[in-house]
Write a protein that binds this ligand. Structure first.
Ligand code: NAI
Ligand code: MG
Length: 364
């Protein structure tokens, strides 16, 4: 018998419920080819669950999945439940409790994808956003004073700890060392008086330990402009929680559609399960039509395989994705007319075991 993985599976809301089963079929196919199996523990935690139970997940829910090998999530959030309730009730507790302090978001313009940028050729965009995922601007700390009066004042704290800042920079520099050795970090030290000069100082200190990596910093505003003007210059981008969140939607849009963008919430020390989910949300505007692009979810699944150590299977899924991006079928967001299921089935069909012969031919 092959290896077996227990996956906490949370389709969530909206198109999360459409793309998750399709991605599971693809991963099952990979498992059967590469001799491993999954137990998909299906959890109904979602806005629907909230409507019925008054919470996004049961009390003690996180203890239930604490020892799983990974978490595979679709999307959460739906009209009727305020977004801050759904986010703080499910996604953020998972990321924080399981110390998933790295949010990894690869952005690649693959052949067959159409970038809205006039001069972007396939292969010219290939960078990874390393977003800090447990602290920073996403905080429930602060005060509201003089509530209800004209002096009503909200003070919202951002939290930057030395441990939190150092470990995200270290992860980024390590990653850049394995790639094109170029790291850019986002800052806004001119406007954000305390946190960002601190952030820059820790980045500069970390850079000294990685003399082989070409490191530089940009203010977030001009960084956003550079991402549109010349995305090919980036390799690894390290950013705080909010800035990384915004940049990853911008990056995904530069590569054509948010429907293909994957992400991984990683606990690098592996004390807890890591979580894999597409960058997109639950897309209530297209939910129910079966036209959601499943590739972001499938690519997130490939990142999960990589994390589980199933490197060959991950590569096989990635080359199947590349094949389908190039030859179709395509969902409407990519200019096609195919359904979610048709694209998923095409990816599953394109998965092949790449033997030594294939590798020789590919290298020739
Ligand atoms: P969204 O990502 O759900 O949708 C933005 C736009 O992209 C929509 O026009 C949608 O149709 C399109 N789109 C998204 N994914 C697509 C796919 N796979 N294929 C084709 N088109 C796709 O973001 P939005 O509209 O801001 O948020 C909707 C809900 O999702 C909200 O409740 C929000 O809080 C939640 N959300 C959840 C996230 C998560 O679970 N990680 C991330 C972002 C939003
Ligand atoms: Mg986002």
């Amino acid at each position: 018998m092959g290896r077996n993985y227990r996956i906490a599976t949370i389709p969530g809301d909206g198109i999360g419920k459409e793309v998750t089963p399709v991605a599971i079929d693809v991963l099952e196919r990979a498992g059967s080819l590469f001799d491993f199996q999954f137990d998909w523990d299906l959890l109904p935690w979602s806005c629907e669950y909230y409507a019925a139970h008054g919470a996004m997940m049961p009390p003690g829910g996180l203890d239930e999945i604490r020892h799983h090998d990974a978490i595979f999530l679709g999307a959460v959030g739906f009209p009727g439940v305020p977004d801050h309730v759904s986010l703080w009730g499910l996604l953020l507790p998972i990321r924080r409790r399981f110390n998933q302090y790295v949010n990894l978001r690869p952005i690649r313009l693959l052949p067959g994808m159409r970038s809205p940028l006039a001069n972007a050729a396939p292969g010219s965009i290939d960078f990874v956003i390393v977003r800090e995922n447990t602290e920073g601007e996403y905080s429930d700390q602060g005060t509201i004073s003089a509530e209800g009066s004209d002096d009503e004042t909200i003070i919202q704290h951002s939290i930057f700890t030395r441990r939190g800042v150092d470990r995200i920079f270290r992860y980024g520099f390590e990653l850049a060392s394995t790639r094109r050795k170029k790291l850019t970090w986002a800052t806004k030290s001119n406007g954000i008086f305390l946190a960002m000069p601190y952030w820059d100082g820790r980045g500069e200190l970390m850079a000294q330990s990685y003399p082989g990596v070409d490191a530089r910093q940009f203010h977030i505003d001009i960084l956003a402009a550079h991402m549109v003007r010349d995305p090919g210059q980036f390799d690894v981008i390290v950013a705080s929680n909010l800035m990384g969140d915004i940049l990853s939607d911008l990056g995904a849009a530069c590569a054509g559609t948010i429907g293909v963008a994957p992400s991984a919430n990683i606990n690098p020390e592996r004390e807890f399960p890591s979580m894999f989910e597409p960058v997109h949300g639950s897309a209530p505007d297209i939910y129910g039509k079966n036209i959601a692009n499943p590739i972001g979810q499938i690519w997130s699944g490939a990142m999960m395989l990589e994390h589980l150590g199933e490197t060959e299977a991950a590569e096989a899924v990635m080359s199947a994705i590349e094949h389908v991006l190039l030859h179709g079928p395509r969902t409407p967001d990519m200019g096609g007319q195919a359904s979610t299921q048709e694209v998923g089935a095409a990816v599953a069909d394109a998965i092949r075991r790449r033997g030594p012969l294939f590798k020789l031919i590919a290298q020739a």
